[in-house]
Design a protein around this ligand. Structure first.
Ligand code: SAM
Length: 284
């Protein structure tokens, strides 16, 4: 079953949370010159025109990226949100916000000569879009139409000194929560210093709690958790927040992101709030 298409949700508050965290993570890792292999296990398309019928259908970007874009003149240019918006502006053909990039662009546009990026996308149609989407660093990018979690583990260890992974499934299947937890355990076993960002939804059914509990029981060290809640959970009303787990975040990134997301939350919705905590290690 591959029904999910990210174009219906592109640029929503969860994308803002995830992609701002991803950009800050990449920037922090790039303070050191040694090469990084990036792996995006669930890549999606790479670029989403906001005028597309799918994106217009739900219009979720209006409660996400568009809110920040409209407020951008009041946001300090040297803050994480300001820098993220400046990066987004480089992608727009004009002064208006008309395109929203997916994780392949956020990762691909940051690559240095020594880095590599592998993008997994299983859906044939979504993979076709991804294949057609050129990235400025294409010679260092591999696109694979294959299962991202299996492909990630199969490719370990990597040939570069460092590894940075984005795991961002659609969680269409309940089993995906367990599969993500198991994959994280295997990644830690094979590459102890791997840096991994896992995104998960906050849904009224609370399925992410099992995944978090499994990871805590597994005793995986240095796992930081960030949750952005935009409203109270209400049965049948879908996603009320967005979660990001970071394995081995670079030094002080937890504090930096905590500040950035705390500033970001009220820009997205009245009463929205952020909570960050070390999930498997007390503030190391
Ligand atoms: N990471 C993207 C971003 O941030 O812009 C969004 C990804 S979207 C939430 C999940 C994607 O995973 C969908 O495009 C879906 O087709 C793809 N997918 C689903 N199952 C997959 C699998 N087993 N392996 C790789 N991709 C898969």
């Amino acid at each position: 079953m591959l029904a999910y298409q990210h174009a219906y949700h592109a640029g929503n508050f969860a994308d803002v949370h995830k992609h701002l965290g991803l950009r800050q993570l990449v920037q922090a890792m790039m303070k050191k010159s040694s090469a990084i292999s990036f792996v995006d296990t669930h890549a999606g398309r790479g670029l989403y025109p906001l005028a597309a019928p799918e994106t217009q259908k739900l219009g979720e970007y209006r409660q996400g990226v568009e809110r920040l874009w409209q407020r951008r003149r009041g946001i300090p240019a040297d803050s994480p949100v300001g820098e993220w918006l400046a990066a987004l502006a480089t992608l727009q053909p004009g002064a208006e916000l008309s395109r929203y990039p997916g994780s392949p662009w956020w990762l691909g546009s940051a690559l240095r000569a020594q880095d590599r990026l592998t993008l997994f996308e299983l859906h044939p149609g979504e993979h076709q879009h991804l294949a057609e989407q050129a990235l400025s660093t294409d010679s260092a990018v591999q696109r694979r139409q294959a299962d991202g979690l299996k492909g990630l583990v199969k490719g370990l260890p990597v040939s570069t000194p460092r590894l940075c992974v984005l795991i961002d499934p659609s969680y269409e299947r309940k089993a995906e929560y367990d599969e993500v937890a198991e994959t994280l355990r295997q990644v830690v076993r094979k590459v102890r210093h791997a840096v991994v960002l896992v995104w998960y939804p906050l849904l009224p059914a609370g399925r992410h709690q099992t995944m978090l509990a499994t990871l805590r029981e597994a005793g995986i060290p240095k796992l930081w958790r960030s949750e952005l809640q935009i409203r109270e959970p209400i049965a049948d009303r879908g996603m009320y927040g967005s979660g990001v787990l970071m394995l081995n975040p670079p030094w002080q990134l937890d504090r930096e992101l905590d500040r950035a997301f705390t500033t970001l939350a009220p820009m997205l919705a009245d009463g929205a709030r952020h909570h960050g905590e070390w999930w498997t290690t007390e503030n190391p």
